[in-house]
Design a protein around this ligand. Structure first.
Ligand code: AP5
Length: 217
């Protein structure tokens, strides 16, 4: 099954993609995670991407399209994947359509997560991430057992540099101007499904399961 998760920063795409990836036994492919790893490793890609990410802007299309082209060719992606945060612009979506049609494939469903700005900002300002195993927590709604320490690998949790309030505002603006046109793009082929992102992680997880159930049956 090939799925796309789109939605504003902080809506919970990454959290839900991780849960569904485990349940469907397919990889979650997050361009944000891949870019952050490149930044941590200090590669040429990371150095280029950091300038855009720290400003809340999108990394150029040709860079992320190249990342996805390589990643979906990996052996673990042969039975499907969840694209978390890609595509994010119309040119990225068009490039993905071409890539998939060259392989005789298509997207089964596009889940468009929706949530009000106040809750988005609350979720982002309380997010804490593990630099080791990449687990994601929230100080109120998904706290670690020991404050500031990852439950899974004992590393000290960090705040993402782009979760600073000024950068969050910029990311929300960029989402509205550059990513919302994808909703109309995917509405045309009938694959689009809106998911209400409000409520607990478990409540949203059930909505996600329901949205993909018909693809599986
Ligand atoms: P990326 O990492 O993709 O960031 P994003 O899309 O802004 O999304 P987030 O990771 O901030 O949020 P999320 O929706 O995954 O929420 P999460 O599950 O963590 O991209 C970062 C940057 O990389 C971009 O700004 C850009 O520069 C670049 N980039 C990436 N892809 C690109 C592309 N395709 N093209 C160009 N540039 C690209 O949840 C958030 C918090 O809420 C967590 O603390 C979580 O625990 C909590 N939470 C989750 N669900 C719930 C719930 N139901 N109730 C309460 N709390 C919840």
């Amino acid at each position: 099954m090939r799925l796309i998760f789109i939605g504003p920063p902080g809506v919970g795409k990454g959290t839900q993609a991780q849960l569904l990836a485990v349940s469907l036994k397919i990889p979650k492919i997050s361009t944000g995670d891949i870019l952050r790893e490149a930044v941590e490793e200090g590669t040429a890609l990371g150095r280029e991407a950091k300038r855009f990410m720290d400003g809340g802007k999108l990394v150029p299309d040709e860079v992320v399209v190249g990342i996805i082209r390589d990643r979906i060719d990996a052996p673990d992606a042969k039975d499907g994947y969840i694209l978390d945060g890609f595509p994010r612009t119309i040119p990225q979506a068009e490039a993905l359509t071409v890539m998939l049609s060259e392989r005789g494939e298509g997207i089964d469903r596009v889940l468009n997560f929706d949530l009000g700005d106040e809750e988005l900002v609350r979720r982002l300002s309380g997010r804490r991430s593990c630099p080791g195993c990449k687990s994601v927590y929230h100080v109120d709604s998904a706290p670690p057992k020991k404050p500031g320490i990852c439950d899974r690998c004992d590393a000290s949790l960090m705040t993402r540099s782009d979760d600073e309030p000024g950068t969050v505002r910029k990311r929300l603006e960029v989402f509205r101007s550059q990513t919302t046109p994808l909703i109309a793009f995917y509405a045309k082929n009938g694959a689009l499904h809106r998911v209400d992102g409000s409520g607990s992680v478990e409540v949203v997880r059930r909505r996600v399961e329901e949205a993909v159930r018909t693809v599986r049956s």
